[in-house]
Design a protein around this ligand. Structure first.
Ligand SMILES: [Fe+2]
Length: 394
């Protein structure tokens, strides 16, 4: 089992570094806004997670790679102690990338030695559990690295492409159909084998009235029709907070849409600026925009129970995974009987269960094998830099 774990660990760690290959050291150091982190910080923080939660507890004669890293690369764990301020991560010109790479290599070697060492069964199980959590955590950061670097590159008028190859045009969108679900008393939450985060537990019953879910995601073309129909100027479509938000920020389109000199819509993507592809699923919108669009389309957003019910019962894939995270109308709150882990790791999910909304599915930036039907992603209603889109319900 330990060999297999080590192989998984190595693959995850390698993939993170592979994501930095198209980037310069300058790209890796900058922070485009407080919500986004520099790539260098992601590289160090994911390493810090293994060093702090595994090596510090389990390594014989533990000595930190650098004592200040405990503070510099702590994201939000008050149980660990002080933290470098989130909005000032871009000011960390030191340590340099070369030192962060050395930090990664050092922790990787020490994790390897720990895995190869003789451990009592209880410690071996604890190591396996923590290592698995650390790998899942790193995969979450792999997605954040792509969303954060996209936001960063979008700040330059050069509109640099992260990926050289152009984005191939999407296939014509299928006509939207309504998948009917009977509802009733259903069960949601993680079921059975394999890893899940604590916020997916416990599995429990919920009553869901009969509903219908759209057979695919809303496309750029459909959202453009909403814009052209004056969607951003019609207060009647918007939640009060959403209306204030678009007015205050002067918003009239999704975050990465812009018009070229001829007035044609373009979209900034990881492949650089592209003509807006009307068939592609819409992405990078806030919950406010998703809700206003649904209102305009005579529909609504699904609840997370409806989404999970449809994802587990329907045979059709219906773009549930792999395109963009789908906003639900469900507040991110604990399932009945939710219990956070003890100690600092209990801060992983539970303490964020206020003023955020659940997103379901996965996106084009989600690493292979990381998604599942019970997965609960969450962001505040105004977040737009993640790969977020719209699935309608009624
Ligand atoms: Fe993290």
């Amino acid at each position: 089992m330990m060999n297999q774990l080590h192989a998984c660990y190595t693959a995850v760690r390698k993939h993170t570094l592979a994501l930095t290959e198209p980037l310069s050291d300058e790209d890796c150091g900058a922070q485009s806004m407080p919500d986004a982190s520099p790539i260098k910080w992601h590289l160090a923080h994911t390493t810090w997670f293994f060093e702090t939660f595994i090596l510090e507890r389990m390594e014989h004669g533990f000595k930190p790679f650098h004592p200040a890293f405990r503070i510099l690369f702590n994201s939000y764990y008050n149980g660990i102690g002080e933290k470098h301020p989130r909005a000032q991560r871009g000011l960390l010109t030191r340590p340099a990338m070369v030192e962060v790479r050395a930090y990664r290599a050092d922790v990787d070697a020490r994790i390897g030695r720990l895995l190869a060492s003789e451990l009592p069964a209880a410690q071996r199980n604890e190591l396996a559990t923590l290592l698995t959590l650390g790998m899942q955590h790193e995969q979450q950061h792999q997605e954040l690295m792509l969303t954060d670097v996209k936001h960063l590159l979008a700040q330059s008028l050069l509109r640099p492409a992260y990926l050289e190859a152009p984005l191939p045009p999407a296939a014509a969108a299928a006509p939207l159909e309504w998948l009917r679900c009977e509802g009733g008393v259903i069960e949601i939450g993680h079921d059975g084998e394999g890893f899940c985060f604590d916020n997916e537990l416990p599995r429990h019953k919920q009553y869901v009235a009969p509903f219908a879910l759209a057979s695919r995601l809303v496309t750029n073309g459909e959202y453009l029709a909403f814009i052209e129909a004056g969607g951003y100027a019609n207060a009647a479509l918007w939640l009060a907070e959403g209306w204030d938000w678009i007015r205050t920020n002067g918003l009239q389109a999704p975050i990465y849409w812009f018009r070229d000199e001829q007035g044609a819509w373009q979209e900034f993507t990881l492949h650089g600026a592209q003509p807006l592809d009307l068939n592609r699923p819409l992405t990078h919108i806030s919950l406010y925009e998703a809700d206003a669009y649904a209102h305009w389309a005579g529909a609504r957003l699904p609840t997370e129970a409806e989404w999970e019910c449809a994802a587990t019962s329907s045979s059709s894939s219906a773009q549930m995974f792999g395109h963009c995270w789908q906003w639900t109308s469900s507040s991110y709150s604990p399932y009945p009987g939710f219990a956070a882990a003890e100690g600092a790791l209990g801060e992983y999910n539970g303490k964020f269960m206020l003023n955020q909304y659940v997103l379901r599915g996965s996106s084009s930036a989600t690493p292979e094998g990381h998604a599942r039907a019970s997965y609960r992603n969450f962001f505040p209603a105004g977040a737009r830099w993640q790969f977020t889109g719209i699935r309608l319900a009624r």
